[in-house]
Ligand binder design. Sequence first.
Ligand SMILES: [Zn+2]
Length: 283
Amino acid sequence: MKFSHDADVFVPDGSALDNALQRTTHLCIAAHQDDIEIFAWHGIKQCMTAKDKWFTGVVVTDGAGSPRTHEYKDYTNEEMMEVRHEEQRTAASIGKYSAMIQLLHPSSNVKSGDKCVVDDLEEILNLTQPSTVYLHNPADKHDTHVAVLLRCIEALRRIPLSQRPQLVLGCEVWRSLDWVIDDQKYVLPLEGAEKVASSILGVFDSQISGGKRYDLATAGRRIANATFFQSHDTDDQTAITFALNLTPLIEDDNMSITDFTENFINSFCNDVKDRLDRFKGDL
Ligand SMILES: [Zn+2]
């Protein structure tokens, strides 16, 4: 297999790459190093201990231009990129991934709609044929996250209908999905393996040392999601990631992703308005 850049490909257990891709059941395609571990822990955790499930991670961009502070302040951009690639490989080892592919596309190419990005993703989807796919969600506020998601939908729509995944989820990173009405939330329960959850986020020292405590923020969001999910019940889950079920977008190639996303926003809008109307009295 040949990708458009000199991709960083890593198989933690040393299996042949073909085999590592073929056995994949759960695939995550993310924009940056550490995004996978923030939003697809649900898939990593399931596959880590199951004999018949394998998780493969794909990072689309090269990790260039990340902030360099404290102990990393003297690193060149190239050195910093290598640190980030190494951190991503370490996370793949901790999470016992089947394979970890870093495609190294410049973020600008992803945003401009470069077809090489879509070609690479199509190739990976064809070789892995996963049942479940974790992606960014269309209401994320990070441009590159949304651009990567759009390239992923393009690639998924190139796959023959009968070979497409059964479930495609759009998960939260830059913007929580707490605002989605409960009926439309896709809930990913994360109970258990808390120590691994924390160590797999902790390996991204180059980001955390810059003062962004993504490790604590991610753990905090998961706990907050569980606690604030249903006000009348005690927490039967102590940690949750919320997602949007994006599967309808790959069941109907003509469905507009803008209309699809707007539907969630309209439901939220109606929910807020209805509650105000019910209790506003004479206001
Ligand atoms: Zn990111």
